[in-house]
Design a protein around this ligand. Structure first.
Ligand code: 13P
Ligand code: SF4
Length: 301
């Protein structure tokens, strides 16, 4: 393992590559990365980095977003099959159809979506800025795509807007039932419970704090609790332990794992740097339209 990591560092230097990693990927990858962040931070970073190659260690839509925002760079993903399961729950044709029938609706799309879907959307958001984005949208009629859980979370926070929800969700967060969360809370009565807004409403209602991955990291940095039940993908615990080595972290259910994120392995990252596969390409017309929706988001957040 040490040798593989050393080789990754050498190749990163010699090829002038920057490794961007999401909080859910393997801890060893987070440690070798130049930057670790949530979807919003990764998008911002991808837009500003000055290098020859961006290696995005995360799921496909994150690499696609990096390419859209920084088209001059070569953008690679270590394994092209690592796709977000929720992103696959919406296709562009369905959204176009909805817009034709409902021209008065503004389509707000979670970045966990394909470039095609972003291209037919009015504005994007991430879980970190979703409330801000919806508040900034002038229309009071909104279609929120694809996460019904994040959508219902926003609807609780933003008053006076009609928010139609797409029927998508993250199977990894959806798997956390209120019963399971209750069990964990009972086992750890002195723990605080943090949850990602992709969790079901009943689970979110049981949480002491709800926020995106970066907001969870920030909350944990400042907590006085000595135990935290983590209601999101377990990869984040690697960062949480770094910021608070004195705190015990308990996954809200034992297999809180995004298998898609775990397809990004150290070995695949090395191969990616050696062979420069898999390169992300986005057709120009799609990229231009998707960029408009993403840039609008970045402007308001
Ligand atoms: P964040 O933007 O909070 O990192 O969430 C991304 C994600 O895929 C959550 O499942
Ligand atoms: Fe997609 Fe869920 Fe994995 Fe996040 S945890 S990348 S939403 S499948």
């Amino acid at each position: 393992m040490e040798k593989v990591l050393e080789r990754i560092k050498e190749l990163k230097e010699s090829k002038n590559a920057v490794i961007l990693a999401h909080y859910y990927v393997d801890g060893a990858i987070q440690d070798v990365a130049d930057f670790v962040g949530d979807s919003l931070e990764l998008a911002r970073k991808a837009r500003e980095v000055d290098c020859d190659i961006i290696v995005l260690c995360g799921v496909y839509f994150m690499a696609e977003t990096a390419k859209i925002l920084n088209p001059e760079r070569k953008v690679l993903i270590p394994y092209y099959k690592a796709g977000c399961l929720m992103a696959d729950m919406a296709i562009a044709e369905e959204i176009k159809e909805f817009k034709e029938k409902n021209p008065d609706y503004v389509v707000v799309t979670y970045v966990n979506s394909s470039a095609d879907v972003k291209a037919v959307s009015d504005i994007c958001c991430t879980s970190a800025n979703a409330v801000k984005v919806i508040e900034a949208v002038e229309s009071d009629k909104i279609l929120f795509v694809p996460d019904k859980n994040l959508g219902s979370y926003i609807a609780e926070k933003v008053k006076g807007k009609e928010i139609k929800l797409w029927d998508g969700y993250c199977p990894v967060h959806q798997k956390l039932t209120p019963e399971e969360a209750e069990r964990r809370k009972k086992e750890n009565p002195d723990a605080v419970f943090v949850a990602h807004p992709e969790c079901r409403k009943e689970v979110r209602d049981m949480a002491d704090f709800v926020g995106s991955t970066s907001k969870i990291v920030k909350f944990v940095k400042e907590t006085t609790a000595k135990k935290v039940i983590v209601g999101t993908e377990r990869g984040i615990i690697h960062q949480l332990k770094k910021v608070r080595p004195d705190v015990e972290f308990i996954p809200a259910y034992s297999e809180f794992t995004c298998d898609q994120m775990k397809m990004i392995t150290v070995e695949r990252l090395l191969k990616c740097l050696e062979t420069e596969q898999f390169e992300i390409t986005v057709p120009e017309e799609v990229a231009d339209k998707a960029r408009t929706a993403i840039e609008r988001m970045l402007e308001v957040s």
